[in-house]
Ligand binder design. Structure first.
Ligand SMILES: [Zn+2]
Length: 329
């Protein structure tokens, strides 16, 4: 689109939760503003790319659902907007551009259920985009979850998208495009992102180290290797009661952890890039798990991921998984 000069001024990326649309949107924004753009990617070293890499470019703006966070002052609490949470947002998005909706709420410390994009936010978007671009070629507004706008906010945004200031790029990221105001949707070029495979998410670095999950998967592997039904029983029950997003996250983490153990067992620990806390555990399990069982076990986790996605009863799913691990490892 950029090369053929057909870049739409408003693009709606539709993704599955955690599907990498933010990574794509910010890469596109970086590309259009790069001072030494290559044929298929930005240069990565110019002053604009440098600021985009840290998400601190003055022409790059964000809007995302917020609510009354605990760290806000009394006056901020009256009308919370994204700007109050920018530091936490940048930290999250730089360290994991594949963040999920839940990751966002955790990072900015708000409850998911009351979050929205308010009319105050829309006013602020209008104000920011009315200014001339400070440095970049394009002013970029990335709106995460525009479906979280109420009617007032959405109508105000519609006006800006209908009559955009020059050289402005709106990049909307949605998990539920049908809930976006139809008139906004029709102004945007829509791009549907294919869901990422487990392997793609792991190689993109989308799976983060997580001490609680690490503890859980090591307990499950240990109980399986000891063939202890008594120890493994409460572990799968616990997993079965977690929310679906957490269950998916657990499976992704477990798969990435198992891959690291496998690499370590092949003498390629450095390729596995374990974090410090993982190192001893990975080497311990590399000595305990038979090399020929990894493929089957990884497939079992893939099946769990697909079953969770199709709403199969999670008690059955995790009971099956743990029985399988008891018999296979
Ligand atoms: Zn550049």
């Amino acid at each position: 689109m950029v090369q053929s000069n057909r870049l739409s001024h408003a693009i709606l990326f539709c993704e599955e939760n955690g599907g990498g649309a933010f990574a794509l949107a910010s890469a596109l924004a970086q590309y259009v503003n790069c001072r030494d753009r290559k044929e298929t990617d930005s240069c990565g070293v110019c002053s604009s790319c440098h600021k985009y890499g840290k998400l601190i470019h003055p022409d790059l703006h964000f809007a995302f659902p917020v609510s009354t966070g605990k760290d806000l002052s009394d006056s901020e609490k009256k009308a919370p907007i994204s700007d109050y949470f920018l530091r936490q947002f940048r930290e999250l998005a730089v360290s994991n551009p594949y963040f999920t909706e839940q990751d966002l709420y955790e990072a900015i410390g708000i409850e998911a259920k009351n979050s929205n994009i308010s009319v105050n936010e829309s006013k602020r978007i209008f104000d920011k985009l009315s200014l001339r671009a400070a440095e970049g070629t394009y002013k970029v507004m990335i709106i995460f979850l525009p479906e979280k706008m109420n009617a007032d906010a959405a109508n105000k945004l519609l006006k800006i998208i209908e009559e955009p200031p020059v050289r402005t790029l709106f990049l909307l990221i949605s998990h539920n495009p049908e809930r976006i105001l139809k008139t906004i949707r029709s102004r945007c070029q829509r791009i549907d992102l294919k869901p990422l495979s487990t392997q793609e998410r792991i190689s993109a670095g989308a799976v983060q180290d997580n001490p609680l999950m690490r503890e859980k998967i090591t307990a499950i592997l240990d109980a399986s290797l000891r063939r202890s039904i008594a120890d493994i029983f409460p572990l799968w029950e616990d997993l079965a009661e977690a929310g679906r997003e957490q269950q998916k996250e657990f499976c992704l983490y477990a798969e990435s952890f198992l891959r690291k153990i496998f690499l370590a067992s092949c003498g390629m620990e450095t390729l596995a890039e374990p974090v410090e806390e993982e190192r001893a555990l990975i080497n311990e399990f590399a000595g305990r798990i038979r090399k020929d069982s990894y493929e089957m076990v990884l497939k079992a986790f893939d099946k769990v991921l697909s079953d969770i996605g199709s709403n199969v009863n999670s008690k059955l799913v995790f009971c099956d998984l743990c029985n399988y691990l008891l018999l296979t490892l």
